[in-house]
Design a protein around this ligand. Structure first.
Ligand code: PRP
Ligand code: URA
Length: 209
């Protein structure tokens, strides 16, 4: 069974708290999403493999650890997942970026796929699926289904805020993946929004609504 990591780092808690406030501007929300993605990505990439290589400092030759050059794919779930891409790319600039487009049907709350474009060699890549919100879990489960059908296997899921219902659904459907969460909230309301949450992450990132 994959693990669930909930961040208790004060910087992450503080930034997520500002993102939750309804008066936070679109500009600040977007910048904070990038910063939180970097802080979370730092931890989520902790198990990337290293290799020992010889280099020469101005003083002498020495052996140092460098990233083994593992191929990484960052896959945002459109559209709100895009808010995490720049922060992750700041950490792993050579990663390729795939996109899975899903929206929740407002009546049924079921995910509807409208786009999927992944790196060709997805089966060889370490994959980070990113989306700020894990509510019912329907979107994350469907996105990871699509990725697995196209050959992806070593997958980590990262989100800002998760409801217990979403964590349970994702673990049940995909018990092999690790889940990184900045904050675990209380429950879902009748419209399947996370309570207390931060509202509609896509609208808050892009100033729509
Ligand atoms: C939001 C969010 C997730 C999904 C979570 O996207 O970014 O993708 O809802 O809900 P779920 O766990 O119940 O599936 P939304 O459908 O609002 O689309 P958007 O990103 O285009 O705004
Ligand atoms: N999608 C969001 O953007 N927010 C929620 O609370 C639930 C789903």
């Amino acid at each position: 069974m994959g693990k669930v990591y909930v961040f208790d780092h004060p910087l992450i808690q503080h930034k997520v708290a500002i993102m939750r406030e309804k008066g936070t501007s679109v500009k600040d929300f977007r910048e904070l999403a990038k910063e939180v993605a970097m802080l979370m990505g730092f931890e989520a990439t902790r198990d990337l493999p290293l290799e020992e290589v010889e280099i020469e400092t101005p003083i002498c030759k020495t052996k140092v650890n460098m990233l083994k050059g593992e191929d990484i794919a960052i896959i945002p779930i459109l559209r709100a997942g895009l808010g995490f891409v720049d922060g992750m790319l700041a950490l792993v600039p050579n990663a390729k970026v795939g996109h899975v487009g899903l929206y929740r049907d407002p009546e049924t709350h079921e995910p509807v796929e409208y786009y999927c474009k992944l790196p060709k060699d997805i089966e060889k890549r370490r994959i980070f699926v990113v989306d700020p919100m894990l509510a019912t879990g329907g979107s994350a489960v469907a996105a990871i289904d699509f990725i697995k059908k196209r050959g992806g296997s070593h997958i980590t899921f990262m989100c800002l805020i998760a409801a217990p219902e979403g964590i349970e659904a994702l673990q049940k459907a995909h018990p092999d993946i690790d889940i990184f969460i900045a904050a675990k909230d209380d429950h879902l309301n009748d419209d399947a929004y996370i309570v207390p949450g931060l509202g509609d992450a896509g609208d808050r990132l892009y100033g729509t609504k």
